[in-house]
Write a protein that binds this ligand. Structure first.
Ligand SMILES: [Cu+2]
Length: 141
């Protein structure tokens, strides 16, 4: 027996509500969004499939420049003191991919998702991690 369109409509509506309420709702997606403010990412977690091309629209609703910085596999910081002193060391040893966005603007960052795992996202502008700008990228295998 085929399901009638009517019986499908309710589960689909519930799924759509869940997606709009919590970013990508824990389901892997290659098309992400984030809003930055002082001092938070919203949402603060995303789920993507491993090794796929990912696109994230980063909208800065704050009043100062913010960054979306995906840290390298195995790198987790608990305070800004864990970050190196130079931009060169930061890029070489900590950053997987990053984008910087001016207030009131949106940029789209594309990158290839790393292997399955849990990765930290931060804003590396001084004072912002300490203010609360940390988030999680979950990569599913
Ligand atoms: Cu910031």
């Amino acid at each position: 027996m085929m399901r009638s369109p009517r019986t499908l409509a309710v589960p689909l509506a519930i799924a759509a509500l869940a997606l709009s309420a919590c970013g990508n709702g824990g389901e892997p997606s290659t098309d992400l969004q984030v809003t930055t403010t002082e001092f938070a990412f919203s949402p603060a977690s995303w789920t993507v499939p491993a090794d796929q091309e990912i696109s994230i629209d980063i909208t800065n609703n704050g009043t100062v420049v913010h960054e979306w910085v995906l840290l390298q596999p195995g790198v987790n910081i608990t305070s800004e003191a864990d970050l190196p002193d130079t931009e060169e060391e930061l890029l070489a040893d900590f950053v997987y991919v990053e984008e910087e966005v001016d207030p009131g603007t949106t940029k789209t960052l594309t990158f290839t998702a790393p292997a399955a795992g849990t990765y930290q996202v931060i804003c590396a502008i001084p004072g912002h991690f300490g203010g609360g700008m940390t988030a999680t990228l979950n990569v599913t295998g």
